[in-house]
Write a protein that binds this ligand. Structure first.
Ligand code: DGY
Length: 320
């Protein structure tokens, strides 16, 4: 009998066909409150779970006595209670590497947009306000030859460093749990303490995964270390930053601006003060969201799922 898997996210037919070769699929394009009880019922007999963002905790696992593998279509796995999964001997997998270049492109987009005020000027032009020459008040700041501080020099951090070094002649500083000699050699990245990085960087780019250790990693003290001209970029998770402290830092002019792909609450509330700040560029958590990369991520996740259900070690098993 084929193992039963639940796919709880809209998936391309190529992904579904691949999984269907060896598994029986229960497919939910999305999980809304109406469908959720049906999903829970199906979970009782499911051996695999594939999708992204679903909170997989003890409570959910109590509904899943047969579950063998949870395959996330994302590199981040802060939605998974790894201790609860490990205790029950359930494998968990993610999709690293395939998204590095795409997320790095998004980050460079945020850096350029915030520095050169691209969304703000776009609105200005489209609203018919460009009536004469450009006044100095619309000028931005340079990106090239500036100092870029990368917090979290993993695959995505390295892809950003590559772009910044070769494309923009930037000086790269980084802070990471361990040294990344490859980035040092290839992109001239210099390892430094968090404080040194924050004090010296023109652009501070946060790319750490969300873990209990990185919750509110950047707070009031860290914003105070930054230059008044600094632009802060967050493309990790909203909760790696104390959002209230960031709002204060922007309102009080402790930093110059920000480019944000992630928020504490997603979708972000329309009352969030960040949304009314001209010096803040916002995106709806689209770091990896291109057709090509999302397809690659889904296929990587499907391969992890199928391999795990065939009794082998999946290529991207999360080891804690
Ligand atoms: C990831 O892969 O973790 C992206 O942030 C999408 O959630």
């Amino acid at each position: 009998m084929k193992p039963k898997v639940i796919v709880y996210k809209k998936a391309d037919t190529r992904i579904l066909d691949y999984i269907a070769d060896s598994c029986e699929i229960i497919y939910f394009e999305e999980l809304d409150s109406e469908i959720y009880p049906v999903f829970l019922e199906e979970l009782k007999n499911a051996h695999g779970l594939l999708g992204s963002g679903l909170k997989v905790d003890k409570e959910l696992l109590n509904h899943a006595p047969q579950l063998k593998i949870v395959s996330n279509i994302s590199v981040g796995y802060d939605n998974l209670d790894m201790a609860a999964l490990t205790k029950r001997g359930i494998m968990a997998t993610n999709t690293p590497d395939v998204l590095n270049d795409t997320v790095a492109d998004t980050i460079m987009g945020l850096i350029l947009s915030a520095a050169r005020r691209i969304p703000e000027l776009d609105q200005w032009v489209k609203s018919g306000q460009w009536k004469s020459g450009l006044e100095e008040k619309w000028f931005g700041v340079d990106v090239h030859h500036k100092v870029l501080g990368i917090i979290g020099m993993g695959g995505i951090g390295s892809a950003v460093a590559k772009r910044a070094h070769f494309g923009f002649d930037m000086e790269i500083l980084y802070h990471n749990r361990s040294r990344n000699e490859d980035a040092e050699e290839k992109y001239g990245a210099t390892y430094c303490t968090m404080e040194e990085l924050l004090k010296k960087s023109d652009f501070v780019c946060l790319m750490t995964p969300l873990t209990p250790e990185t919750v509110n990693l950047i707070g009031k003290k860290e914003f105070e270390f930054m230059k008044e001209s600094a632009i802060f970029i967050n493309a990790s998770r909203g909760r790696t930053v104390d959002e209230e402290a960031m709002i204060q830092a922007l309102q009080k002019g402790h930093i110059h601006g920000a480019g944000l792909d992630v928020f504490v609450q997603e979708p972000v509330s329309k009352d969030n003060p960040l949304l009314s700040m001209k010096n803040v560029v916002t995106l709806p958590h689209i770091g990896s969201a291109t057709y090509e990369t999302r397809l690659k991520m889904a296929m990587t996740a499907a391969e992890n799922l199928v391999t795990g259900l065939q009794g082998e070690i999946p290529p991207n098993l999360i080891r804690k």
